[in-house]
Structure formats: C-alpha cells, structure tokens
Design a protein around this ligand. Structure first.
Ligand SMILES: Nc1ncnc2c1ncn2[C@@H]1O[C@H](COP(=O)(O)OP(=O)(O)OP(=O)(O)O)[C@@H](O)[C@H]1O
Ligand SMILES: N[C@@H](CCO)C(=O)O
Length: 319
C-alpha cells in the first residue's frame, strides 16, 4: 500500500457515518505497499483498514474483489472481510476515490521467510485455488501478455536508461512468450500477487492472506510461478532451492500438479517475472520521487527473468 490520496478527518468521519463501526478514534496512512492508498483506523468498535482504490483498480471490478474475499472467508480461508455499509453496499466514495473498509487481520509479514513458511504459502495457495473453484464471478487477467504490452509501450522509450540493452532483451522476451505461452492448463480464480507482504504469519503459522486486488481467472500454475518468483529468491538474487522445493511440495500436498503444469513452470515463471518487472519499471519511470509511495526496484525482476530463462528442467526448481 501507499498513500496517494490524503483524507481529512472531517471527510473520514462523514464517510464512517455510513457504517456501523462506532466513532473514529484515530487513523494513519500506511506507507507500505505500492498500489492503493491505505489507512489504519481505530474506532470505538475496533481496528479496520480503509482502502482508497487508485490507478490499477477499476471500480467495476470491486464487486469481484470484495465478493471473492467474502466467498473465501466463508470457505475457511483467513482473509479480510469487507464491512457492509448501512445501505448494504460494500463500496463507497471518499476523496473522489472508490473506497472500502475491511477488517483488520492479526499477524506480520515476514521479511526473510524460511522453508517452513514457504511450505505454508504453497499449501495456502492451493487451498485458495480449491476454495475459489465455485466462486460464481469471473474476471479476466488484465495483466496477461496484452496488458504487459501496454505497460511496455509506456516504458520502452526510457527502459535503456534503467539498464542498457533492456529494450532489445525485453522485445525478444515478448516474442518468445507470445509464441510459447500455454493455452490449455487448468485454471480458475488466482490471487496473482501472493508476495511475502501479502501473507501474514504468527510464528511459522500462516495467519492470513490479504490484497486480492489483482485476483482474476488464469492458470493455477501461473499463480504458483508468481510465488516462486516472490518467495524463493534471496536478497543477492540467488535462487533458494530448499524454499522452492518446500513451496512446491506444500502446494502439491493440497492440489496435485499435472505433468503439463509442471513442464510449463519455467515459461510461466518467465512471464511472471516479466509482469512484475514491467509494473515496477512503469512506476519507476512515472511516479515522482518524494511521494509517500514505495517505488519497487525493477532490476530484481530482470535478474529473476534471466534465471528462469536458463532453466532446462523442473528439477532445478526442486520438483
Ligand atoms: N486486512 C488487513 N489487516 C491488517 N493489515 C493490513 C490489512 N490490509 C492491509 N494491511 C496493511 O497494509 C499494507 C499494504 O497492504 P496491501 O498489500 O493490500 O497494499 P497494496 O498497495 O495493494 O500493496 P502491494 O504493493 O502489495 O500490491 C500491508 O503490508 C499491511 O501492513
Ligand atoms: N507485489 C508487487 C506489487 C504489486 O504489483 C511487486 O512486488 O512488484
């Protein structure tokens, strides 16, 4: 999260009158994260997270995201619950943005996850895939190859400033991914952004999943490939095979992977690395410095992309 939009106390109090959450005691912006504006609220009834949806979230998609959280929570996945307004709606408007209140989850996200925690994440991801299978709504993935192309079009002119030679490398990558991207793997609802900062733990026990604002319908194995990118690289960008093997075995203990899914992992992981490189690159080049917004480094994902390109067998992921 981040704070792109400031909210005054008066505006917030008026907004909260639409809910049965008591009176406002305190609120503060959460600097962490990069997509939406988030505030931590304390009211006389408890703690809540207020989210104001920013550029990558379309208002028309909110019923999908919030409905999905309700659906998953009912199925036993620990995730925030959207709070209903007095009129029964889940979405309001604050400071000219679509806004929602969600329940606060206990736990912390882990800066340096261990293999046991990676196994838990694999299990939770598979659990989410199974629990989402009967969710009645669907949403195409806006960040598939076509969406990546749009981001690239907005960043390509200046990409060589970030790293010389990047334009030619990424153009080649697009050509290969477009040629080889699978078309018929098992799919359904995926989280699509299950990074360490979106998973809370209490010790080694996973205590909740947050941030469903990229959730969509896509291949399950693509979600797994996102997690390999997000959880298994160390700070020096080396790949931690122990964590990777743990994450994959955790996943497979809940939902088996077909041979076709396993074989597709290196390519899907390249696509996932490219996707996160591109959103980061775009933000890197377009968000002014000095905002209360975390600008994430695209270089990490350039290196991860190169790693996956060199993979010749899924054994290199510990599968
Ligand atoms: N339901 C919740 N309970 C407790 N803390 C929360 C909750 N939702 C968000 N947070 C806090 O806000 C931070 C950012 O939230 P979130 O990851 O949803 O934001 P984002 O801008 O969408 O970020 P990202 O860059 O990961 O997409 C979290 O790391 C956490 O500290
Ligand atoms: N998890 C993403 C941010 C949301 O797109 C990243 O680390 O780049």
């Amino acid at each position: 999260m981040a704070v792109y939009t400031d909210v005054s106390e008066g505006e917030l109090e008026a907004f909260l009158k639409e809910y049965q959450v008591g009176d406002l005691l305190s609120y503060k912006g959460i600097a962490e994260g990069s997509e939406n504006s988030n505030y931590m609220l304390h009211t006389t009834k408890g703690a809540y997270i207020l989210t104001l949806y920013e550029k990558r979230v379309e208002r028309q998609d909110l019923p999908f995201f919030l409905g999905l959280m309700e659906h998953l929570a009912k199925k036993g996945i620990v995730c925030p619950l959207p709070v209903q307004r007095r009129d029964g709606q889940l979405i309001g408007t604050l400071a000219d943005r679509a806004a929602a209140l969600i329940t606060f989850l206990e736990g912390v996200w882990i800066r340096k996850p261990n293999a046991t925690q990676c196994r838990e994440v694999g299990r939770a991801l598979a659990g989410l895939h199974l629990a989402g299978a009967d969710f009645p709504m669907s949403r195409p993935n806006a960040l598939q190859i076509e969406g990546w192309r749009k981001l690239w079009a907005g960043a390509r002119d200046r990409a060589d400033e970030v790293e010389p030679g990047l334009v030619a490398e990424i153009d080649r990558e697009f050509a290969e991914l477009e040629r080889d991207w699978p078309t018929d793997l098992p799919g359904g609802i995926i989280h699509a952004d299950l990074f360490p900062d979106n998973v809370f733990f209490l010790g080694n026990e996973l205590s909740g999943l947050i941030d469903f604002y990229f959730a969509c319908n896509d291949f399950y194995a693509y979600d797994l490939a996102i997690c390999l990118n997000a959880w298994c690289f160390e700070k020096d960008q080396s790949y931690n095979l122990t964590k990777s093997a743990a994450l994959l075995s955790g996943y497979r203990s809940v939902r088996p992977l077909s041979d076709a899914e396993a074989e597709a992992l290196p390519l899907l992981a390249r696509g996932a690395a490219l996707r996160f490189m591109l959103t980061r690159l775009y933000d890197w080049l377009t968000i002014p410095d000095g905002e209360l917004v975390l600008k994430r480094d695209p270089h990490e994902f350039i290196r991860r992309l190169r790693f996956h390109r060199r993979i010749r067998s899924t054994a290199e992921y510990g599968l």
